[in-house]
Design a protein around this ligand. Structure first.
Ligand SMILES: Cc1cc2nc3c(=O)[nH]c(=O)nc-3n(C[C@H](O)[C@H](O)[C@H](O)COP(=O)(O)OP(=O)(O)OC[C@H]3O[C@@H](n4cnc5c(N)ncnc54)[C@H](O)[C@@H]3O)c2cc1C
Length: 419
């Protein structure tokens, strides 16, 4: 175990212990620090997770970028962040009701970009560096057990003295110890799918357009990288399709990808390392109980369609900061039931609508049922023919149905991004 700036004593009581140093946990720790809470962040250093090859990038929407700006992290990411100027959805199925292509352009909403695409490793590294600079304590170890009672939480670490806090912010991912310690159940949705995440080079420029190609078996999404001839890739398919693709050498995989993209980005080369990720759906029974607020993948996991997962985790983090700030202003217990209830109120609708929306979209894209395909085709025609409908759908994708948390609001009202 190592700790920066301060070695927390067993008696030390922090307002919040953030468990998990993935992107959701680090953003939560920085946001809670920004509003004046005393925070300890606990979890392995970014390089400490050798079990997983991180090849993913995150398409972060405007409000998430604004949060990174408010936390003074975005400047460090700029050189590796590619603007998302348009999203093209292509139905490459053999359905009788093949939907027409749809292109959503940020300019239709008066925006320069919907957001930015950033490699996960770069993002986590920058967040971790900032956390070490500003937080009073970053403890690089795992939490082994959490005891919760009316006075607070005591966290047993795998290495070192126990820590205590009033509130546990559980951002420890899918096998969350925080969720089980708080007695929160979860429901699991199975998709029998997996995803390959990687990146590649291509002859034709991407023009900062993301492409989503849907076929009967699944989808292939390309997302621009800063180099105009490089994109990241998310290939979602049935497990039986993905397993052999993972076994191919780079040259054969490039051929398969080129075929799947049908020449959209021209000849393909320079395939980077590939990693496989499970496609799963998980929902915690409640977002907060027993001095514990869950966020990120500890609370909800969505299939990787429509770039919603981490954006949702960032909104959890910023909303929790608002709830704790309000409690501290009034001299209340930051882990008390009032704070947990306000966090549930702030997040329930957003999390539920995104979970249901992505689940429906994911299942409808795979459905061979005639009425489902016909409905999809009709909707696509409608979106192409009716710009107001298209703008409404774009706004729904970009912003939550409830008000944005304070740290995610553009500094100037009406401006698309913080300066
Ligand atoms: C292929 C793919 C593409 C995606 N693309 C996008 C996208 O474009 N846009 C988007 O918004 N989302 C995307 N997502 C979703 C996004 O990647 C996830 O939402 C995000 O990585 C989850 O971050 P997290 O911090 O919540 O969880 P994690 O990254 O899982 O972090 C959990 C952390 O907790 C730590 N931990 C675990 N147990 C303990 C413990 N006991 N004590 C201390 N620490 C612990 C772990 O070491 C880890 O650091 C994608 C997902 C996939 C699979």
């Amino acid at each position: 175990m190592s700790s920066d700036n301060e070695t927390p004593s067993p008696e030390a009581t922090h307002d919040v212990a953030v468990v998990g140093t993935g992107p959701s946990g680090l953003v939560a720790a920085l946001a809670l620090h920004e509003i004046g809470a005393s925070v300890v962040a606990i979890g392995p250093a970014p390089s400490g997770d050798a079990a997983r090859l991180e090849t993913r990038t995150a398409a972060l929407l405007a409000s998430s970028v604004d949060l990174l700006k408010a936390l003074k992290v975005f400047d460090r990411l700029k050189s590796e962040a590619a603007p998302l100027k348009a999203i093209r959805i292509i139905d490459a199925s053999r359905s009788l009701f093949r939907a027409p292509d749809i292109e959503f352009k940020a300019s239709e909403l008066g925006l320069e970009a919907f957001g930015y695409n950033i490699p996960n490793t770069t993002l986590i590294e920058a967040l971790y560096t900032r956390a070490r600079e500003v937080l009073p304590a970053v403890v690089t170890t795992n939490v082994e057990a959490i005891a919760l009672d009316a006075r607070g939480a005591v966290l047993t670490l795998s290495d070192g003295a126990p820590l205590s806090a009033r509130l546990v912010a559980g951002a420890d991912g899918r096998r969350a110890i925080c969720r089980t310690s708080a007695g929160i159940a979860m429901t699991d949705r199975q998709y029998d799918q997996a995803a390959i995440a990687s990146s590649f080079r291509h002859k034709l420029p991407h023009r900062f357009i993301s492409n989503e190609l849907h076929k009967e078996q699944g989808s292939v999404t390309t997302v621009p990288l800063p180099d105009p001839h490089a994109s990241s890739l998310i290939w979602v398919g049935s497990r039986s399709e993905i397993a052999p693709l993972m076994q191919l050498d780079a040259a054969r995989f490039e051929e398969e990808l080129g075929e799947r993209l049908g020449g959209l980005l021209g000849p393909i080369s320079g395939m980077s390392a590939r990693a496989e990720f499970p496609v799963s759906g998980l929902s915690a029974g409640t977002l907060a109980a027993n001095r514990t607020a869950l966020l990120g993948e500890a609370a909800h996991i969505l299939p990787p369609i429509g770039a919603q997962g981490l954006n949702l985790g960032f909104r959890d983090a910023a909303a929790l900061a608002d709830c704790v700030a309000a409690a501290l202003r009034l001299g209340r217990d930051p882990g008390g039931e009032e704070v947990l209830a306000s966090y549930r109120r702030a997040r329930d609708i957003d999390v539920l609508t995104r979970t249901v929306g992505v689940d429906l979209l994911s299942r409808s894209l795979l459905s061979s049922l005639f009425p489902v395909q016909a409905a999809r085709g009709l909707l696509s025609h409608g979106l192409n023919a009716l710009p107001p409908l298209r703008r409404m759908v774009m706004r729904l994708g970009l912003t939550p149905p409830t008000a944005l948390p304070t740290l995610m609001r553009p500094a100037e009202p009406g401006a698309p991004f913080r300066a």
